[in-house]
Design a protein around this ligand. Sequence first.
Ligand SMILES: Cc1ncc(COP(=O)(O)O)c(C=O)c1O
Length: 374
Amino acid sequence: MRPLVEPHLQNLPVYVAGKPIEETEREYGVSNIAKLASNENCLGASPLATEAVRQALDKGHLYPDAGGYALKARLARLHDVGAANIVLGNGTNEIITLLCRALLGRDDVLLNAWPSFVVYRIGARSHGVLERVVPLKAGAYDLDSLAQVAAAERAVKLVFLANPNNPTGTCFGKDELDAFLHKVPADVVVVLDEAYADYVRRPDYQDGVAVVSRRPRTMLLRTFSKVYGLAAYRVGYGVGDPELVRLLESLRDPFNVSSLGQVAALAAIDDVEHLARSRAHNATELPRLTRALEARGMSVAPSQANFVLATLPERHHLTAAALNIELLKRALIVRPVANYDLPASLRITVGTVGENDRLLAALDAIFAVPSAGS
Ligand SMILES: Cc1ncc(COP(=O)(O)O)c(C=O)c1O
């Protein structure tokens, strides 16, 4: 019998999503769940977006605007670029996949940091392409080593930089990025994935748009899934040179961004109050959560995003996997990250004040009782 698929498709990692609320309710018999697993906005969707969606519900029989005219025009204004610089995606995920499909030939190499967003890895492997990995250094991007590899290995065609990074939340500044770009050959495509940019408080953070305008083989990625609170609608976008944008436009599915997604995103951009409230909430709760986890013996990577990577001390009486189950029993969903080769860590989204308090109280209760056999 012929093999069902090409060998490179046989053992692809499957994207592990945050555990759904309904599944957790069924499995653990709990309710009133706090989902702190997928870095969604704990304050909810932009109210202006929700209202705009309500108004658009009676248009369900019509296809979306395939070109996303109004949303592209608004994003162009937001970033001070032309509409031809913008590509819309069914979430940023789709654009990552399209970039891999469009740019990586069989002999090309994807340059990636690890651990970093697993979708880059899936994108490379699903195209049978070699992934060259540079490990994080002290929990953050090792941009020097990445630049050295990009400069030394001609096969490197595409490099993804998540800034802030997922799953660590760590972030690099303008000088580090400039030094990296200075060393990377001009024909390597650099993707700056800024899914969490709106949460960053570092004054030296570099908005990737400035890079795109001076380095054509650069693409900036943003999403409506995080600070705008619109993960359900699946809208992301890329900002890049028109040649790169046209290429992705020619490969994407015809109606890749739904009408409700376009309407919601358009309204959310102008929901200044929701954006400010979301950022302010994170600016106070992220450090509070970090300090409280550290006070409970966990080490926490310095995050600039809306989540933290918390690691149990060595020889703790619980493993991260066991701690995760104890939290699920208490109706708290966080994200185990063993699939990121971080078996002693959990990634925890910043929740509301009440959700964070519940998490901390649960940790106190769990840590107070050594498990049997320890
Ligand atoms: C670094 C990073 N990039 C992209 C995404 C994907 O976002 P979207 O919901 O737009 O596909 C995520 C989501 O978790 C992420 O962490």
